[in-house]
Design a protein around this ligand. Structure first.
Ligand code: 5GP
Length: 181
């Protein structure tokens, strides 16, 4: 597969992502055996990850999507607001938030605060990519992590830069020249 001209290098290949989704799906299937968790994907970035992951989950499950905004360009604004809420009643349900990437953790920290008020039975987080160096909150500790990566801005497999590059089948590091233009 040809590398996109704006991408410096591939960090996580398509094949690696597929195998990781398989592995994570297996773990989730075991952990939630006999339960029906609701996977809540955070739009838009989590869509490809959620789609791949759920194919490997064998226990019964439901999905829903939440749209929150927090980022403009490549830096966190630290402000989160719910643009589109889920439609499922989550009271007494097992919730699994599905994230593409966690950096500061501010987005999920705010989302989880909100969901605690909705009296869920359990709440866990799965993220394809984690950037632990970027963390500024201490209440976001994902139970399932695909990859830990250094504090670099990455795109692809759902991750965007100004809405572009979400369609790349791999996760790559964007050339600095693209966002320093
Ligand atoms: P946090 O609130 O944890 O700082 O940020 C979470 C959100 O920021 C992610 O869902 C994603 O939209 C965006 N984000 C954080 N780091 C990156 C990155 O390296 N690349 C891209 N494309 N988005 C990122």
């Amino acid at each position: 597969m040809q590398l996109h001209p704006d991408v410096e290098k591939v960090l996580i290949s398509e094949e690696d992502i597929f195998n990781k989704c398989k592995e994570l799906g297996k773990r989730i299937s075991t952990d939630y055996e006999g339960k029906t968790p609701i996977l809540i994907g955070l739009l838009k970035g989590a869509v490809p990850f959620m789609a791949e992951l759920m194919k490997h989950i064998t226990c019964s499950m439901e999905i829903d999507f939440l749209d929150v905004s927090s980022y403009v360009g490549t830096r966190s604004t630290g402000k989160v607001n719910i643009r589109r809420d889920i439609v499922t009643d989550v009271k007494n349900r097992d919730i699994l938030f599905v994230e593409d990437i966690i950096d500061t953790g501010l987005t999920l920290s705010e989302v989880m605060k909100e969901f605690r008020n909705r009296h869920v039975r359990s709440m866990e987080v799965i993220t394809l990519v984690d950037k632990p160096e970027g963390r500024t909150v201490d209440d976001v500790n994902p139970k399932y992590i695909g990859y830990n990566i250094p504090n670099k801005f990455v795109v692809g497999f759902g991750l965007d830069y100004n809405e572009m590059y979400r369609n790349l089948p791999y996760i790559g590091i964007l050339k600095k020249s693209v966002y320093e233009k």
